[in-house]
Design a protein around this ligand. Structure first.
Ligand code: BTN
Length: 261
């Protein structure tokens, strides 16, 4: 594939960078999946902070092998290349960071965003966005992580009814259309400041802020993973992002980011 990394030329994509985060932006009108394009670029040496954004994906991917469907030009669909100096055990904190940056950016638009464990972005209990982080290793050594972010921005109710009836969009919640570029600018700024802090403290501060932003604790939940479906009361999270669920039988079970894919 012949992607070239370049400074943003698209009008809306100028002046978005927050330090290294978004320092190069590849804006594609249509692609398969921004995560796939970003992984390809990363393997060919693209710098940390390179961002791939698309108006439309033809093979967008969600967690657990699900498709991520979004009508053209109405969503924020982007993937960030990172090369963090972090132990592998701390990588789940990058997903926490991405979810947190999304929630804070949406809050910056005046909407009450929260996080559903592990990394769904909710408004008023309905999903508005999600994160798909994919790491690439050579043996024990981390090559790169691609953090993919999808947020329903101006998606209309009729489209959501067909795609995912439980979902919502920023426009539905705000009652007006919103700029994807403005959202992206807020998102990159929220991401950058926390990424900086994560490289200092391995994400301890991010973990604490993420835990406070979670909408899940104290609720009855059903978590679906490779084990099937697990039901119970969400009691607490730990510093690696594990969720403790109290089953009706009284048994306490811990599920991790890896479990739910
Ligand atoms: C989820 O299942 O909640 C995660 C959804 C992640 C979707 C985004 S859209 C941009 C990037 N490219 C993809 O193919 N997936 C992610």
């Amino acid at each position: 594939m012949g992607w070239r990394v370049k400074r943003p030329k698209t009008r809306g994509a100028r002046d978005l960078a927050a330090g290294t985060i978004g320092q190069a932006i590849i804006h594609l009108k249509r692609t398969t999946s921004t995560n796939d394009v970003a992984a390809d670029l990363a393997r060919r040496g693209a710098a940390e902070g390179t961002l791939v954004i698309a108006d439309e994906q033809t093979a967008g991917r969600g967690r657990r092998g699900h498709a991520w469907l979004a009508p053209p030009r109405r969503s924020l669909l982007c993937s960030l290349i990172l090369r963090p100096m972090l132990p592998a055990a701390r990588l789940p904190r990058l997903t926490m960071l991405a979810a947190l940056a999304c929630a804070r950016a949406i809050q910056g638009l005046g909407l009450p965003a929260t996080i559903k464990w592990p990394n769904d972005i909710l408004i008023n209990g309905r999903k508005v966005g999600g994160i798909l982080a994919e790491a690439d290793f050579a043996g024990d050594r981390l090559n790169h992580v691609v953090v993919g972010i999808g947020i329903n921005v101006n998606v209309e109710q009729a489209d959501l009814t067909a795609i995912s009836p439980q979902a919502t969009s920023l426009a539905i919640e705000a009652g007006r259309r919103l700029s994807r570029w403005h959202l992206l600018r807020l998102l990159l700024a929220e991401f950058a400041v926390r990424y900086e802090s994560m490289l200092q403290d391995e994400g301890q501060a991010v973990y604490k802020e993420w835990a406070q932003c979670l909408d899940t604790l104290g609720r009855d939940v059903t978590v679906t993973g490779h084990f099937g479906a697990l039901c119970g009361r969400a009691e607490s999270v730990d510093a690696d992002g594990g969720l403790f669920i109290r089953r009706n039988s009284g048994e306490l079970v811990r599920v991790t980011f890896e479990d739910v894919g």
